[in-house]
Design a binder for this molecule. Sequence first.
Ligand code: 5HY
Length: 232
Amino acid sequence: MDIWVINPNATESMTAKIADAARRVARPGTTIVARTGQGGPASIEGHADEAMALPGLLAAIREAEAAGADGIVVACFDDPGLGACRELATGPVMGICEAAAKAATVIATSFGVVTTLPRSVPIIEEALRRYGVHDRCRKVRAASVPVLGLEEPGSEARERVRDEILRARDEDGCEAVILGCAGMADLVEWLSRDCAIPVIDGVAVATTMVEALVAAGIATSKAGAYAAPNPK
Ligand code: 5HY
């Protein structure tokens, strides 16, 4: 099967690490096709960036559909434009926030999220409410690092993320912590070891969830909200 993993921001280095994270967990028969959103912002930090990323994201969805993609991962923790992506897609479409949040509720009674900037916290809290898991989340924390700080070798970003995860574990009583940015995907193994708590990367989980749905023959329903857009 072919799973397309789409980074809606325009940073190729982040797409590469996202693709690596997806390929690390993909089954032998699965091909991961990675795409970077064209024309969008270099990083998505808030509502306006998210809106500006949508045209490139939807163009990539159309490309995936034309190529016969079996499933799609939207690799941005804001889960931008999921409804629109699902209208355009045939196979299952998973956002990394939704995937990670639902996985966390399976392995723990309470979880936390560590994202990049404080401005993303309310956006993530709203997403968790939308997914019906907000009551299982102790706290959404921000490491106060810009998204692209995660791309800078030698920056303090990874240590700041680790320190926030330790606070989530020790102060909030979280039993698991979700990485609240696709750009953290390459840190998951180190952080899980260093913090001695399950750390969940939404890219890996979304990839395996899409694989499972495709393997089970489950595609996006076209019976209602996710029907293809009306011809104009
Ligand atoms: C992301 N922004 O996963 C989100 C998350 C964040 O460019 N990729 C981005 O940190 O706001």
